[in-house]
Ligand binder design. Structure first.
Ligand SMILES: Cc1cc2nc3c(=O)[nH]c(=O)nc-3n(C[C@H](O)[C@H](O)[C@H](O)COP(=O)(O)OP(=O)(O)OC[C@H]3O[C@@H](n4cnc5c(N)ncnc54)[C@H](O)[C@@H]3O)c2cc1C
Length: 325
Protein backbone atom coordinates (compact mmCIF):
# COMPACT_ATOMS: atom_id res chain seq x y z
CA UNK A 1 0.00 0.00 0.00
CA UNK A 2 1.36 3.40 -0.96
CA UNK A 3 0.18 6.41 1.02
CA UNK A 4 0.86 9.80 -0.55
CA UNK A 5 1.04 12.47 2.15
CA UNK A 6 2.12 12.23 5.80
CA UNK A 7 -0.39 14.71 7.21
CA UNK A 8 -2.89 13.57 9.86
CA UNK A 9 -4.98 11.58 7.36
CA UNK A 10 -1.92 9.88 5.83
CA UNK A 11 -0.31 9.05 9.17
CA UNK A 12 -3.54 7.60 10.46
CA UNK A 13 -3.97 5.62 7.21
CA UNK A 14 -0.43 4.27 7.70
CA UNK A 15 -1.35 3.04 11.17
CA UNK A 16 -4.54 1.44 9.90
CA UNK A 17 -2.92 -0.22 6.90
CA UNK A 18 -0.33 -1.70 9.26
CA UNK A 19 -3.12 -2.88 11.54
CA UNK A 20 -4.55 -4.64 8.47
CA UNK A 21 -1.18 -6.37 7.98
CA UNK A 22 -0.34 -4.53 4.76
CA UNK A 23 3.20 -3.55 3.92
CA UNK A 24 3.16 0.21 3.72
CA UNK A 25 5.20 2.99 2.13
CA UNK A 26 4.43 6.60 3.05
CA UNK A 27 5.70 9.46 0.90
CA UNK A 28 5.78 13.13 1.77
CA UNK A 29 7.51 15.86 -0.15
CA UNK A 30 8.17 17.66 3.14
CA UNK A 31 10.98 16.55 5.41
CA UNK A 32 8.74 16.63 8.50
CA UNK A 33 5.61 14.54 9.10
CA UNK A 34 2.34 16.16 10.15
CA UNK A 35 1.19 18.07 7.06
CA UNK A 36 -0.52 21.35 7.92
CA UNK A 37 -0.07 20.73 11.66
CA UNK A 38 3.69 20.78 11.35
CA UNK A 39 3.98 23.28 8.51
CA UNK A 40 1.31 25.87 9.27
CA UNK A 41 0.40 25.82 12.94
CA UNK A 42 2.79 23.79 15.13
CA UNK A 43 2.30 26.11 18.11
CA UNK A 44 -1.51 26.42 17.95
CA UNK A 45 -3.71 24.48 20.33
CA UNK A 46 -6.23 22.11 18.72
CA UNK A 47 -9.35 21.48 20.79
CA UNK A 48 -11.59 19.37 18.56
CA UNK A 49 -9.88 16.02 18.13
CA UNK A 50 -12.02 13.36 19.83
CA UNK A 51 -10.65 12.23 23.17
CA UNK A 52 -7.91 14.87 23.30
CA UNK A 53 -9.22 18.00 25.05
CA UNK A 54 -6.30 20.22 23.95
CA UNK A 55 -3.05 19.57 22.12
CA UNK A 56 -0.44 21.60 20.23
CA UNK A 57 -0.23 21.03 16.48
CA UNK A 58 3.33 19.75 16.72
CA UNK A 59 2.45 17.43 19.60
CA UNK A 60 -0.46 15.90 17.68
CA UNK A 61 1.83 15.49 14.65
CA UNK A 62 4.40 13.71 16.85
CA UNK A 63 1.76 11.41 18.39
CA UNK A 64 0.29 10.59 14.98
CA UNK A 65 3.77 9.79 13.70
CA UNK A 66 4.41 7.52 16.67
CA UNK A 67 1.12 5.72 16.09
CA UNK A 68 1.83 5.47 12.34
CA UNK A 69 5.18 3.78 13.09
CA UNK A 70 3.50 1.01 15.15
CA UNK A 71 3.81 -1.49 12.29
CA UNK A 72 7.07 -0.09 10.86
CA UNK A 73 6.00 1.37 7.53
CA UNK A 74 8.68 2.67 5.19
CA UNK A 75 8.47 6.41 5.83
CA UNK A 76 9.99 8.36 2.95
CA UNK A 77 10.07 12.01 3.98
CA UNK A 78 11.45 14.52 1.51
CA UNK A 79 10.21 12.38 -1.42
CA UNK A 80 7.31 13.67 -3.52
CA UNK A 81 5.05 11.34 -5.51
CA UNK A 82 5.57 12.08 -9.17
CA UNK A 83 4.42 9.90 -12.08
CA UNK A 84 1.93 7.03 -12.00
CA UNK A 85 2.07 3.95 -14.23
CA UNK A 86 -0.65 1.32 -14.16
CA UNK A 87 0.47 -2.28 -14.71
CA UNK A 88 -1.56 -5.03 -16.41
CA UNK A 89 -2.35 -6.76 -13.09
CA UNK A 90 -4.01 -3.59 -11.76
CA UNK A 91 -1.08 -2.59 -9.53
CA UNK A 92 0.95 0.61 -9.90
CA UNK A 93 4.43 1.94 -10.27
CA UNK A 94 4.94 5.41 -8.83
CA UNK A 95 8.10 7.43 -9.36
CA UNK A 96 9.25 9.94 -6.79
CA UNK A 97 10.74 13.37 -7.30
CA UNK A 98 13.93 11.90 -5.82
CA UNK A 99 14.23 9.12 -8.43
CA UNK A 100 12.78 6.17 -6.47
CA UNK A 101 10.33 3.68 -7.99
CA UNK A 102 7.60 2.25 -5.76
CA UNK A 103 5.39 -0.72 -6.60
CA UNK A 104 1.97 -0.67 -4.94
CA UNK A 105 -1.15 -2.82 -5.15
CA UNK A 106 -3.26 0.13 -4.00
CA UNK A 107 -2.73 3.81 -3.28
CA UNK A 108 -4.30 6.17 -0.77
CA UNK A 109 -3.88 9.82 -1.64
CA UNK A 110 -3.87 11.95 1.51
CA UNK A 111 -2.22 14.95 -0.07
CA UNK A 112 -4.19 17.68 1.73
CA UNK A 113 -3.92 20.92 -0.19
CA UNK A 114 -1.18 19.49 -2.39
CA UNK A 115 2.58 19.68 -2.43
CA UNK A 116 3.68 22.17 0.18
CA UNK A 117 6.90 23.91 -0.56
CA UNK A 118 8.38 26.29 1.98
CA UNK A 119 9.01 29.76 0.55
CA UNK A 120 12.79 29.73 0.47
CA UNK A 121 15.00 32.37 1.97
CA UNK A 122 16.32 34.30 -1.06
CA UNK A 123 19.93 34.02 0.19
CA UNK A 124 21.90 31.30 1.94
CA UNK A 125 19.92 28.32 0.60
CA UNK A 126 23.13 26.27 0.49
CA UNK A 127 22.97 26.20 4.32
CA UNK A 128 19.65 24.33 4.45
CA UNK A 129 20.05 21.63 7.11
CA UNK A 130 23.29 23.30 8.29
CA UNK A 131 21.83 26.15 10.30
CA UNK A 132 19.00 27.16 7.97
CA UNK A 133 15.67 25.45 8.54
CA UNK A 134 11.99 25.85 7.73
CA UNK A 135 10.54 23.74 10.58
CA UNK A 136 11.06 23.43 14.31
CA UNK A 137 9.39 20.17 15.31
CA UNK A 138 11.23 20.07 18.63
CA UNK A 139 12.30 23.38 20.23
CA UNK A 140 14.80 21.56 22.48
CA UNK A 141 17.00 21.00 19.40
CA UNK A 142 17.67 24.73 19.45
CA UNK A 143 18.23 25.09 23.20
CA UNK A 144 21.03 27.52 24.06
CA UNK A 145 21.41 28.78 20.47
CA UNK A 146 21.38 32.27 19.03
CA UNK A 147 18.45 32.23 16.68
CA UNK A 148 17.22 34.44 13.88
CA UNK A 149 13.57 33.98 12.94
CA UNK A 150 12.52 35.46 9.60
CA UNK A 151 8.91 36.28 8.75
CA UNK A 152 5.87 38.25 9.86
CA UNK A 153 3.01 35.73 9.98
CA UNK A 154 1.66 33.51 12.73
CA UNK A 155 4.33 30.83 12.27
CA UNK A 156 7.20 33.31 12.59
CA UNK A 157 5.77 34.98 15.69
CA UNK A 158 4.78 31.64 17.26
CA UNK A 159 8.26 30.23 16.60
CA UNK A 160 9.93 33.31 18.11
CA UNK A 161 7.80 33.05 21.26
CA UNK A 162 8.35 29.30 21.54
CA UNK A 163 12.12 29.54 21.04
CA UNK A 164 12.53 32.46 23.43
CA UNK A 165 11.93 29.96 26.26
CA UNK A 166 14.91 27.76 25.33
CA UNK A 167 17.30 29.79 23.17
CA UNK A 168 20.26 31.93 24.23
CA UNK A 169 18.72 34.77 22.19
CA UNK A 170 16.05 35.25 19.55
CA UNK A 171 15.92 38.01 16.95
CA UNK A 172 12.89 38.30 14.69
CA UNK A 173 13.15 40.20 11.44
CA UNK A 174 10.33 41.03 9.07
CA UNK A 175 10.46 43.03 5.88
CA UNK A 176 7.44 45.18 6.78
CA UNK A 177 6.60 47.23 9.86
CA UNK A 178 3.25 45.45 10.37
CA UNK A 179 2.94 41.79 11.32
CA UNK A 180 0.28 39.53 9.77
CA UNK A 181 0.14 37.38 12.91
CA UNK A 182 -2.73 37.48 15.43
CA UNK A 183 -2.76 40.72 17.39
CA UNK A 184 -2.57 38.96 20.77
CA UNK A 185 0.55 37.04 19.66
CA UNK A 186 2.20 40.24 18.42
CA UNK A 187 1.46 41.92 21.76
CA UNK A 188 3.02 38.96 23.54
CA UNK A 189 6.02 39.24 21.23
CA UNK A 190 6.52 42.93 21.98
CA UNK A 191 6.39 42.19 25.70
CA UNK A 192 8.95 39.38 25.37
CA UNK A 193 12.76 39.41 25.24
CA UNK A 194 12.73 38.77 21.48
CA UNK A 195 14.63 41.47 19.61
CA UNK A 196 12.39 42.73 16.79
CA UNK A 197 13.90 44.29 13.68
CA UNK A 198 11.54 45.77 11.06
CA UNK A 199 11.55 46.45 8.14
CA UNK A 200 14.59 44.20 7.72
CA UNK A 201 15.60 41.45 5.30
CA UNK A 202 18.42 38.91 5.34
CA UNK A 203 20.93 40.13 2.75
CA UNK A 204 23.79 37.65 3.27
CA UNK A 205 24.47 34.43 5.18
CA UNK A 206 27.97 33.51 6.39
CA UNK A 207 29.39 30.30 7.75
CA UNK A 208 31.73 27.39 7.25
CA UNK A 209 30.21 23.98 7.90
CA UNK A 210 27.26 25.70 9.50
CA UNK A 211 25.76 29.17 9.62
CA UNK A 212 27.73 31.55 11.84
CA UNK A 213 26.38 35.03 10.97
CA UNK A 214 23.99 36.97 8.79
CA UNK A 215 23.78 40.46 7.39
CA UNK A 216 20.38 42.05 7.78
CA UNK A 217 19.49 45.18 5.83
CA UNK A 218 17.03 47.89 6.80
CA UNK A 219 14.59 48.13 3.90
CA UNK A 220 14.14 51.91 4.34
CA UNK A 221 17.60 53.19 5.30
CA UNK A 222 19.70 50.38 3.68
CA UNK A 223 21.65 50.20 6.96
CA UNK A 224 23.36 46.80 7.24
CA UNK A 225 23.87 45.03 10.56
CA UNK A 226 25.90 41.85 11.09
CA UNK A 227 24.34 39.37 13.57
CA UNK A 228 26.16 36.34 14.97
CA UNK A 229 23.64 33.48 14.81
CA UNK A 230 23.70 29.70 15.12
CA UNK A 231 20.39 28.98 13.46
CA UNK A 232 18.07 30.73 11.00
CA UNK A 233 14.41 29.73 11.13
CA UNK A 234 12.79 30.95 7.91
CA UNK A 235 9.00 31.08 8.42
CA UNK A 236 8.04 32.74 5.16
CA UNK A 237 4.99 30.59 4.46
CA UNK A 238 4.31 27.77 2.05
CA UNK A 239 3.16 27.45 -1.53
CA UNK A 240 0.68 24.62 -2.14
CA UNK A 241 -0.22 23.08 -5.49
CA UNK A 242 -1.79 19.78 -6.53
CA UNK A 243 1.29 19.13 -8.66
CA UNK A 244 1.84 15.78 -10.40
CA UNK A 245 -1.26 14.17 -8.82
CA UNK A 246 -3.39 16.23 -11.20
CA UNK A 247 -2.01 14.05 -14.03
CA UNK A 248 -2.93 10.70 -12.46
CA UNK A 249 -6.28 10.47 -14.25
CA UNK A 250 -8.50 10.80 -11.16
CA UNK A 251 -11.68 12.85 -11.51
CA UNK A 252 -11.03 16.24 -9.96
CA UNK A 253 -13.36 18.97 -8.75
CA UNK A 254 -11.82 22.35 -8.02
CA UNK A 255 -8.38 20.93 -7.25
CA UNK A 256 -9.85 18.18 -5.05
CA UNK A 257 -10.21 14.46 -5.78
CA UNK A 258 -13.75 13.18 -6.20
CA UNK A 259 -14.47 10.05 -4.12
CA UNK A 260 -17.49 7.81 -3.45
CA UNK A 261 -18.65 6.56 -0.02
CA UNK A 262 -15.81 4.00 0.05
CA UNK A 263 -13.28 6.80 -0.59
CA UNK A 264 -12.55 5.28 -4.00
CA UNK A 265 -11.48 7.70 -6.71
CA UNK A 266 -12.40 7.24 -10.35
CA UNK A 267 -9.21 5.17 -10.84
CA UNK A 268 -9.63 1.60 -9.52
CA UNK A 269 -7.51 0.88 -6.41
CA UNK A 270 -6.68 4.53 -5.84
CA UNK A 271 -8.43 5.97 -2.79
CA UNK A 272 -8.31 9.45 -1.27
CA UNK A 273 -8.88 10.74 2.28
CA UNK A 274 -8.49 13.95 4.26
CA UNK A 275 -8.65 17.49 2.91
CA UNK A 276 -7.97 16.44 -0.68
CA UNK A 277 -10.99 14.12 -0.90
CA UNK A 278 -14.26 15.67 -2.03
CA UNK A 279 -17.90 14.52 -1.91
CA UNK A 280 -21.20 16.26 -1.17
CA UNK A 281 -21.28 17.46 2.43
CA UNK A 282 -17.52 17.25 2.95
CA UNK A 283 -16.13 18.94 6.08
CA UNK A 284 -12.37 19.54 6.16
CA UNK A 285 -11.30 18.64 9.68
CA UNK A 286 -8.67 16.38 11.21
CA UNK A 287 -11.29 14.12 12.81
CA UNK A 288 -13.11 13.73 9.49
CA UNK A 289 -9.81 12.79 7.80
CA UNK A 290 -9.24 10.04 10.39
CA UNK A 291 -12.60 8.44 9.61
CA UNK A 292 -12.02 8.72 5.87
CA UNK A 293 -8.56 7.18 6.20
CA UNK A 294 -10.01 4.15 8.03
CA UNK A 295 -12.73 3.75 5.38
CA UNK A 296 -10.19 4.05 2.56
CA UNK A 297 -7.74 1.52 4.05
CA UNK A 298 -10.40 -1.09 4.82
CA UNK A 299 -11.95 -0.81 1.37
CA UNK A 300 -8.53 -0.95 -0.26
CA UNK A 301 -7.75 -4.12 1.73
CA UNK A 302 -10.77 -5.82 0.15
CA UNK A 303 -10.01 -4.43 -3.32
CA UNK A 304 -6.52 -5.94 -3.16
CA UNK A 305 -7.71 -9.24 -1.70
CA UNK A 306 -11.46 -9.92 -2.02
CA UNK A 307 -11.19 -12.79 0.47
CA UNK A 308 -10.52 -10.22 3.23
CA UNK A 309 -13.29 -8.78 5.38
CA UNK A 310 -14.20 -5.12 5.15
CA UNK A 311 -14.49 -4.79 8.92
CA UNK A 312 -11.00 -4.92 10.42
CA UNK A 313 -11.92 -6.16 13.87
CA UNK A 314 -11.25 -4.09 16.95
CA UNK A 315 -7.79 -2.83 17.84
CA UNK A 316 -8.71 -3.55 21.46
CA UNK A 317 -9.14 -7.26 20.73
CA UNK A 318 -6.53 -9.37 22.53
CA UNK A 319 -3.53 -10.23 20.32
CA UNK A 320 -4.33 -7.51 17.78
CA UNK A 321 -1.88 -4.90 18.99
CA UNK A 322 1.90 -5.21 19.00
CA UNK A 323 2.84 -2.51 21.51
CA UNK A 324 2.57 -2.66 25.27
CA UNK A 325 0.05 -0.30 26.72
C1 LIG B 1 -4.14 27.54 10.80
C2 LIG B 1 -4.95 26.26 10.73
C3 LIG B 1 -5.60 25.80 11.87
C4 LIG B 1 -6.34 24.63 11.82
N1 LIG B 1 -6.98 24.20 12.96
C5 LIG B 1 -7.69 23.04 12.94
C6 LIG B 1 -8.37 22.57 14.11
O1 LIG B 1 -8.33 23.21 15.17
N2 LIG B 1 -9.07 21.40 14.01
C7 LIG B 1 -9.16 20.67 12.85
O2 LIG B 1 -9.79 19.62 12.83
N3 LIG B 1 -8.53 21.11 11.72
C8 LIG B 1 -7.82 22.26 11.73
N4 LIG B 1 -7.20 22.71 10.59
C9 LIG B 1 -7.35 21.89 9.37
C10 LIG B 1 -6.47 20.64 9.41
O3 LIG B 1 -5.11 21.01 9.65
C11 LIG B 1 -6.59 19.88 8.10
O4 LIG B 1 -7.93 19.46 7.95
C12 LIG B 1 -5.66 18.65 8.13
O5 LIG B 1 -4.31 19.02 8.24
C13 LIG B 1 -5.84 17.85 6.83
O6 LIG B 1 -5.03 16.73 6.92
P1 LIG B 1 -4.56 15.95 5.62
O7 LIG B 1 -3.71 14.82 6.10
O8 LIG B 1 -5.73 15.67 4.77
O9 LIG B 1 -3.69 16.99 4.78
P2 LIG B 1 -2.36 17.92 5.13
O10 LIG B 1 -2.33 18.16 6.59
O11 LIG B 1 -2.50 19.04 4.21
O12 LIG B 1 -1.19 16.95 4.72
C14 LIG B 1 -0.99 16.59 3.39
C15 LIG B 1 0.46 16.18 3.18
O13 LIG B 1 0.59 15.65 1.85
C16 LIG B 1 1.84 16.04 1.33
N5 LIG B 1 1.79 15.95 -0.14
C17 LIG B 1 0.98 16.62 -0.98
N6 LIG B 1 1.22 16.26 -2.25
C18 LIG B 1 2.22 15.35 -2.21
C19 LIG B 1 2.93 14.61 -3.21
N7 LIG B 1 2.67 14.71 -4.52
N8 LIG B 1 3.91 13.77 -2.79
C20 LIG B 1 4.20 13.62 -1.48
N9 LIG B 1 3.57 14.31 -0.50
C21 LIG B 1 2.59 15.15 -0.86
C22 LIG B 1 2.03 17.45 1.86
O14 LIG B 1 3.41 17.79 1.87
C23 LIG B 1 1.43 17.35 3.28
O15 LIG B 1 2.43 17.03 4.23
C24 LIG B 1 -6.46 23.88 10.61
C25 LIG B 1 -5.79 24.33 9.45
C26 LIG B 1 -5.04 25.52 9.51
C27 LIG B 1 -4.34 25.98 8.26
Amino acid sequence: MLIVGAGPAGLYAAYYAGFRAMSVVVLDSLTEPGGQLAALYPEKVIYDVGGIPAILGRELAADLYKQAMTYNPVMLLGHGADQLFRLDDGSFLVTTTTGLLIHAKAIIVTAGIGVFTPRRLPVGQEYEGRGLRYFVPNPQELAGKRILVVGGGDSAVDYALMLEKVAASVTLIHRRHEFRAHEASVEQLRASSVRILTPYQVSAVYGDDRVTAVDVTDHDTKHVERLDVDEIVAALGFVAELGPLAEWGMELRQRHIVVDTTMATSVPRIYAAGDIADYPGKVKLISVGFGEAAIAVNNAAVAIDPSKKLFPGHSSDPDRHPTER
